[in-house]
Design a protein around this ligand. Structure first.
Ligand code: TRP
Length: 334
């Protein structure tokens, strides 16, 4: 608890361009949580170097992502928005937790299997112990809840196992985190293969709408979205392309699928796709405007980075000192 609020932690990687799926499925929902929880949102740059990065590019993207958190509406006075690399406790706790995690557990992680197949030339130890770093992120803040997508659920489970194991040996050191099951965010699928999730690493640029695509590109991608030859706008599994477009339209306009089916009854796909594109543009327009404005406010962003980095560091150190003491490291002389 911080100020009588339960603690929520989540992070995103600054690699790849964030998609409309990341926005509607995650970021947009984060906006509603800051009254109820003390939220920590990290730009997890330590995780990013498990895959080789161009340094200047990583730095640029990390700053853009942190700025985007604010542009999307997260108030940095209420939410602790910070760079993982500015809080050394992440790495320090990860080392300790490495010694409480079994090879066999990590071997079962499906994301490791997928990623090592994809980066066969660079299967480094960091890629293997990535879930331990993620456990450290979460446990460092005595996190109660973690909003995660289904693809990260296995990592949250291993986090709980590690925490329980540690607590079993040393007493109640860590809060055991729960997945955050709130209002479910829209699950947005690829525009080119609606059975696949919209992904920031899709090779086909038409498959994903990126948050920083310009309006013409967004409209064009919607027009090219793969649909079917049924010729009817109905919300059903048999028409996954149309269903996905309805989901996007609903998330952007706060309408229900029934409303949309009624609205476009006897209208053509072309007209519907155009309306979907326009609804996306109108949802993203305020984010672009804020992004543009913030990109000129260097001193303000710098101050957010400094202040929130220090705040995160303060809470991280509280847990870290406790853990160091428990495992038997000598006390600091002050
Ligand atoms: N691994 C997560 C992802 O790639 C990002 C992440 C890192 C994270 N640490 C976290 C998410 C802690 C939630 C909590 O999506």
């Amino acid at each position: 608890m911080i100020d009588n609020k339960r603690i929520l932690f989540s992070g995103m990687q600054a690699t790849g361009n964030l998609t409309l799926g990341n926005y509607l499925g995650a970021l947009k929902n984060w906006l509603t949580l800051s009254d109820k929880y003390q939220c920590f949102y990290s730009v997890v740059d330590l995780h990013s170097i498990t895959v080789r990065q161009e340094p200047s590019e990583l730095r640029k993207r990390a700053r853009a992502l942190l700025t985007l958190y604010i542009a999307a509406g997260l108030d940095p006075e209420k939410n602790c928005i910070y760079y993982q690399s500015h809080v050394s406790g992440h790495g320090e706790l990860a080392w300790i937790l490495n010694c409480f995690t079994y090879m066999g557990e990590l071997n079962r992680m499906t994301q490791f299997k997928d990623k090592s197949a994809k980066h066969a030339d660079n299967i480094n130890a960091g890629l293997f112990t990535y879930p331990v770093l993620m456990a450290a992120d979460i446990l460092l803040f005595q996190t109660d809840v973690v909003p995660v997508g289904i693809d990260q659920m296995q990592h949250l489970e291993i986090t709980r196992d590690i925490a329980q194991r540690f607590n079993g040996i040393y007493g109640d050191v860590f809060t055991i985190p729960e997945p955050y099951i709130g209002e479910v965010g829209a699950k947005i699928m690829s525009l080119q293969d609606p059975l696949k999730k919209m992904s920031k690493s899709d090779e086909n640029p038409n498959a994903s709408i990126y948050l920083l695509d310009d309006p013409d590109t967004i409209i064009r991608k919607c027009k090219r979205a793969v649909t079917d030859s049924e010729g009817m706008i109905l919300y059903r599994e048999e028409q996954p392309g149309i269903k996905n477009l309805i989901d996007i339209y609903c998330a952007c306009t706060n309408k229900t699928p029934e409303d949309v089916v009624k609205e476009f009854d006897s209208k053509g796909y072309g007209e519907f796709k155009m309306a979907v594109g326009e609804s996306i543009v109108s949802v993203l327009k305020p984010v672009w405007d804020k992004m543009e404005k913030l990109s000129k406010e260097k001193a303000y962003i710098d101050q957010v980075i400094k202040k929130n980095g220090e705040k995160a560091d303060y809470y991280a150190k509280k847990t870290l000192r406790k853990v160091q003491k428990k495992v038997g490291f000598p006390e600091r002389i002050s």
